[in-house]
Design a protein around this ligand. Structure first.
Ligand SMILES: [Zn+2]
Length: 81
């Protein structure tokens, strides 16, 4: 992922997890940029398929849930943006 895309996701999220809205500064573990629909399920590395995620949310979701439940994650994400 290029730096410009990464910067865009961080700015869009306002440095908060896009799933649970926890700010990065409340968590010592660095947030990650998550593929909403996992790459192994042909999810694109594009802004619309990326979400800034805390470690907990990213671990909870995993890559297989994205393939099966991506619509609910997308809906949840859409409600928060
Ligand atoms: Zn979270």
């Amino acid at each position: 992922m290029d730096a410009a895309l990464s910067r865009h996701v961080w700015q869009r999220a306002r440095r908060c997890c896009e799933y649970c809205r926890m700010p990065q500064h409340y968590d010592d573990t660095p947030f990650e940029i998550d593929h909403i629909l996992a790459k192994k399920h042909d999810g694109a590395t594009a802004a619309g398929n990326l979400a800034l995620s805390c470690f907990y949310c990213n671990s909870f979701k995993g890559s297989d849930i994205a393939g099966q439940g991506s619509q609910s994650y997308r809906s949840m994400l859409a409600d928060k943006i």
